[in-house]
Unconditional design. Structure first.
Length: 154
C-alpha cells in the first residue's frame, strides 16, 4: 500500500529531466485519449492484471509515464520504499494529478531512456518503482532493475 507521503525529486539521469511532457509525446501518435469509463475499468482490475497491461502497453508504445512538476518527479513512500510512480498511458498518470498532486503533469519517458539511464540511476539512488497504483495505494512495487527484466522479457 502506498502512503500519501510524497516528495518531488529532480532526477538527472542521462541528459537531464526534460523528456516528454503531455502534449508532445510520440505516444500520442499511437493511442487515443481514454474515456473516464476506460480509466475506471482499468483501475477495477487487480494489481496483477494492471501490471500485465502495463508491460503490454509499454512494449507496444515504448513510453512509460510518471507525474512531475517544476520541482521534479513525484516519489511516494510505501513505509518501506521510496517509489517513482509509473503508468503505461498519459491519461492514467493524469488521473492521479488531483489533491496533493494537483499541479503535476504527466511526463513521458522513452523506454530506451528508462532502461539505459533511469534504471541505473534509480538503483544507485535506492529508489523503487510503483506501477499503476490505485488511489487507495494498491499496486505492484519492485526495484527498477526487476522492472527492466520484465520489460525486456516482453
Amino acid at each position: 500500500m502506498l502512503k500519501t507521503a510524497y516528495k518531488f525529486v529532480r532526477f538527472g539521469y542521462g541528459d537531464g529531466l526534460l523528456l516528454y511532457s503531455a502534449g508532445n509525446s510520440p505516444l500520442e501518435m499511437y493511442t487515443m485519449s481514454l474515456t473516464q469509463e476506460q480509466i475506471d475499468n482499468f483501475y477495477r482490475q487487480t494489481s496483477k492484471e494492471r501490471f500485465a497491461q502495463f508491460l503490454e502497453q509499454v512494449a507496444e508504445h515504448k513510453t512509460l509515464w510518471t507525474l512531475a512538476n517544476e520541482q521534479g518527479c513525484v516519489l511516494v513512500d510505501t513505509g518501506e520504499e521510496q517509489c517513482l510512480l509509473l503508468w503505461p498511458h498519459q491519461d492514467l498518470a493524469e488521473s492521479w494529478a488531483t489533491e496533493e498532486y494537483a499541479g503535476c503533469q504527466p511526463m513521458g519517458i522513452p523506454l530506451d531512456d528508462f532502461l539505459d539511464k533511469w534504471v541505473p540511476g534509480l538503483a544507485n539512488d535506492g529508489y523503487d518503482v510503483a506501477l499503476v497504483p490505485t488511489r487507495a495505494g494498491e499496486g505492484e512495487v519492485m526495484s527498477a532493475k526487476e522492472l527492466a527484466v520484465e520489460l525486456q522479457g516482453e
